[in-house]
Design a protein around this ligand. Structure first.
Ligand code: ADP
Ligand code: MG
Length: 702
């Protein structure tokens, strides 16, 4: 018999969630807090002490000794500073205390977090502020048990220094404009609209002992060397394949740990590449989904260690086989629980649906460059546009049915081929739309999948905050324009119809239903004037164009200053990452590969001499030695070159943009050039002397 897992008991057991609050807080306090959480009203400071005390009591019962303000600085990982609950008393003992003040606000010394010039070190103070819309939780590791309070992190002057702040602001912007437009459309009961998000997380698992023998994985998260194994993913036998027992053990444990934290881990399966897997939770509010995804990545890493595994979240841990992404599923839901992106059953609902769809098309086309930078990272550069899903050009896939409807709207009062009704959107005679889940286009970076949009560009290791706050804002902006127009329309039906048609015509270039990998699409996209931004360095400027600044300022999501600081941080992160990779490569090449190859070449030379001395045929040994010599000479030259440019990069003066451009054009290129002879040598040298585990050993030995 299997040990029974009581899922409903485990689920959320480490979360200070609604049911815990309801059970433990005085009724009036609970009601007050709930109003803040649900309606976004200001928090009543008078209740903070009561909430804090109850939180502490609950946490102590669960074994917690410390609390922390848990936040997401611009490093890409989460941050926490633990404080014990203790407060000394006169008799030399301690009381365990946690005040409302401590709950609401923290003042970590923030000088070591990236600020992109927003905060001079003499103004080191930063603030963390409680985000009560994301529930507090207990993080239990093998050695600690901490009450974690999700917080936003900003500078002394209130500028956002984290990933959460712009996300919350963008959710509010979208709420305002969506509600407004719904009201204009006669949907007067809607008070609030929230975004819901379900991120599918891809990852690799490799054996921890093998991992430890690879400095590239340790320092950079990806392999910098490695010849392709005899078998890659060409057999398509891993995707949805049977899960190996050791991986099953990991997944079981991971589910339990995720469930404890209230993360609704739902779907798990093997992915396309060997050793690659995926986990998808059930969707949640945008803010909570974003926090949960950060927690999930952390939990994956922790649980993997328990199983002697290493979880690789890098976008491209192995060259030549599929990388990892994070598909961000996104929709808008009213306070009554209605999904606005659900085509609906009645023509009236259809009209509303089509207006929102049109707004999204407009927003994405107008701001494709900003959406692109939201998914850009050094690691993702290996993925986007590199002959795997998805391409670097942003386009939208709608599916046949919707495409057909838009075509008819575009060409006037066409008769619908689908139901024979008159196509005149404003007058409520649109045909019934079936939910179209079968028509999937796997190459599209942004696909409409029945009742949500799936954005497939985001990097597997990154926070989903960026892609979401950008998406929320660009959609809010299009909705704002629509609401502005419709509010003053004289003939409402006519106005709606024209709005959909004209907007569609103006922005339909962003729609593409074909093969996103093909060379023809690149050419076609260029003809259409769509941006094709192949790397992070070229993507970053989109953050600080006049267009971007006015967009984000208009919706109070980020200011000019905050945007500039983010662009700066992105450049810095890129430069640092390339430098670390270059140094790691130099280290491995000089201290591991070169000595191993020379040693092996020596032994081949010895064999050759021995064969010669007995008058044998030396042709094979000679040929091998020559091939090794040619490659090691090329290798040595490439290594010297990499050393030179890496050093130049360190000494560069000038803007961070110019440094990043240098890193991309010289350092990164030099790294690619060094890899080629190294991988060739791996195929020539005795596997017993090769100094670290190969792709084959990493990908297949679990
Ligand atoms: P697939 O791999 O076919 O795209 P998955 O089941 O792996 O599908 O993932 C789909 C994701 O989309 C899940 O996280 C799911 O919760 C999420 N999702 C479903 N409906 C919505 C919605 N209305 N809004 C946001 N996310 C959604
Ligand atoms: Mg999936």
């Amino acid at each position: 018999m299997k040990e029974k897992i009581n899922v409903s008991e485990i689920f959320g057991s480490h979360v200070f969630n609604d049911s815990v609050m309801k059970a433990r807080l005085p009724k009036a306090v609970y009601k007050d807090l709930k109003k803040t959480i649900e309606e976004g009203t200001e928090l009543n400071p008078a209740i903070a002490d009561v909430v804090a005390n109850e939180m502490k009591e609950w946490a102590i019962e669960k074994g917690a000794t410390h609390y922390t303000h848990w936040f997401q600085p611009l490093t890409g990982v989460t941050a926490e500073k633990h404080d014990a609950f203790i407060n000394p008393t006169d008799d030399g003992k301690v009381l365990l205390e946690f005040s409302g003040k401590e709950l609401i606000k923290g003042e970590p010394d923030a000088s070591s977090f990236p600020s992109g010039g927003l905060r001079a070190t003499f103004e080191a103070r930063g603030y963390t502020a409680w985000d009560c819309t994301s529930p507090a939780f207990i993080k239990e590791t093998d050695n600690a048990c901490i009450l974690c309070i999700p917080t936003a992190f900003c500078s002394y002057k209130g500028e956002a220094l984290d990933k959460k702040t712009p996300l919350l602001r963008s959710m509010q912007a979208l709420d305002i404009q969506t509600t407004r437009l719904l009201n204009v459309l006669g949907n007067k009961n809607v008070k609030r609209v929230s975004t819901s998000v379900g991120p599918e997380q891809e990852y690799f698992l490799v054996d921890e002992e093998k991992y430890k023998q690879r400095k590239d994985l340790i320092f950079t998260g990806r392999t910098l060397f490695g010849a392709m194994p005899p078998k890659g993913q060409e057999m398509d036998d891993h995707y949805f394949g049977i899960i190996k027992p050791r991986i099953e053990g990991f997944m079981k444990d991971l589910n339990i740990e995720a469930w404890k934290l209230g993360i609704s881990a739902k779907t798990e399966h093997n992915e396309v590449a060997p050793a690659q897997h995926e986990l998808a939770p059930i969707y949640n509010s945008n803010n909570v989904a974003t926090d949960h995804n950060q927690l999930l990545m952390e939990t994956m890493r922790r649980v993997a260690r328990r199983h002697g595994l290493k979880c690789l979240l890098h976008e491209k841990p192995f060259a030549g086989i599929n990388g990892s992404g994070k598909h961000n599923n996104w929709s808008m839901i009213t306070d009554a629980g209605v999904n606005i992106l659900d085509p609906g059953k009645t023509p009236a609902e259809n009209t509303q649906f089509l207006i929102f769809l049109t707004a999204i098309i407009k927003g994405v086309d107008q701001y494709a460059d900003i959406l692109r930078v939201s998914a850009a990272s050094h690691g993702n550069d290996h993925r986007l546009g590199a002959a795997e899903a998805p391409p670097a050009i942003i386009s939208i896939f709608l599916g046949d049915q919707l495409q057909d409807i838009f075509d008819q709207i575009e060409h006037g009062e066409a008769t619908s081929s689908l139901q024979g009704g008159k196509m005149r959107v404003g007058v409520n005679t649109l045909p019934y739309l079936n939910r179209d889940a079968t028509d999937r286009n796997r190459t599209s970076p942004l696909a409409f999948t029945g009742n949500k949009f799936e954005f497939r560009m985001p990097p597997s290791s990154g926070s989903i905050s960026g892609p979401n706050f950008v998406f929320n804002t660009i959609v809010a902006d299009a909705l704002k324009e629509f609401a502005d127009q419709l509010e003053k329309a004289e003939d409402f039906n006519e106005a709606v119809h024209d709005l959909i048609r004209d907007t569609y015509i103006a922005h339909k270039r962003i729609i593409f239903d074909g093969n996103g990998y093909s060379e023809e699409w690149k050419q076609e996209a260029a003809r259409r004037g769509l941006p094709n931004i192949s790397n992070t360095v070229d993507a970053i400027p989109a953050l600080i164009t006049d267009k971007a600044i006015s967009l984000f300022e208009r919706h109070h999501v980020l200011s000019r200053l905050e945007l500039h600081s983010r662009a700066e941080i992105n450049y810095e992160a890129y430069i640092k990452q390339i430098n670390i990779e270059a140094k790691t490569m130099i280290d491995i090449a000089s201290k591991q590969i070169r000595p191993a190859v020379l040693k092996y070449a020596g032994s081949v030379a010895q064999s050759l001499a021995a064969i010669k001395s007995v008058g044998g045929d030396t042709s094979v040994a000679e040929e091998l030695l020559q091939e090794i010599n040619e490659n090691i000479a090329q290798f040595h030259k490439a290594l010297k070159h990499l050393e030179e440019v890496a050093e130049q990069a360190q000494l560069l003066k000038g803007s961070s943009r110019s440094q990043a451009v240098f890193c991309r054009d010289y350092v990164f290129e030099a790294m690619q050039a060094l890899r080629v002879p190294a991988d060739a040598l791996e195929m020539l040298v005795d596997e017993d002397v090769w100094p670290f585990p190969t792709y084959g050993e990493l990908l297949y030995n679990i």
